[in-house]
Ligand binder design. Sequence first.
Ligand code: DC
Length: 251
Amino acid sequence: MSFVVTIDGPSAAGKSTVAREVAARLGFLYVDTGALYRALALKLQRQGGSPDQQDAVERMLEGTLLDLSGAPDQPHVWLDGEDVSGQIRTPEVSELSSRLAVIPAVRQRLVQFQRSLRERGPLVGEGRDLGTVVFPDAEVKIYLDADALTRARRRTHEFEQRGLPVALEQVQAEIERRDERDRTRADSPLRAAGGAIIIESSGRDVETVVQEVLRAVLAGPGCPPMMPRSQDATLGPPLGPGGRPGSDRAD
Ligand code: DC
């Protein structure tokens, strides 16, 4: 089984930035599990469905093909053969993905797919339940946290950079609502895994946090040798319509 680093934590704690950088420097695959929940949420949104209609959600899952591809600095998520990477970062999809994530059938399907990614090579995965549920035997587990205001500021800045002006207070309220749902759901709630290294990122720059994670990875036994940046790992070529063999059909 390939070497796995898990990075869990609440929204906008800096997981993506840190996980991508660590994956790129180690030459590992970068696995953004939130993107899978978001892609499913986008499908539900397009269909005009609701997460409250669990039967309909389960039917939707049966006909859904998901995949991840790309190097850590350019990850892509595929929904039924379409690259939806540019469409999953809206506030509506964020809210819908958090509501879908409480449904055990949804989690089961996505966890199954996430585990299969380990066959593609050593990876750095980020999400909410990677150290607790998806990869309980991961070689290195990190729990990355930051205070609510820091996280809201980061998310607001991201939206502004994408030309979507939003009020800080509104972003903070949305983040806190989603985090509360993610922490209190019955199935796979957000929490630090046993043995996880807890890193608080408020007031710290990315490089310091990346170095702390890299030290933990390189100190552990069994870490594959670091690969030069030019060989950054990629999860495979982008999918064309219809997917490719080995992609996940969530049925
Ligand atoms: O990391 P993110 O904000 O892109 O994730 C979107 C939602 O997906 C998040 O509110 C909770 C859910 N999620 C989850 O339940 N488990 C994961 N491993 C990843 C994301």
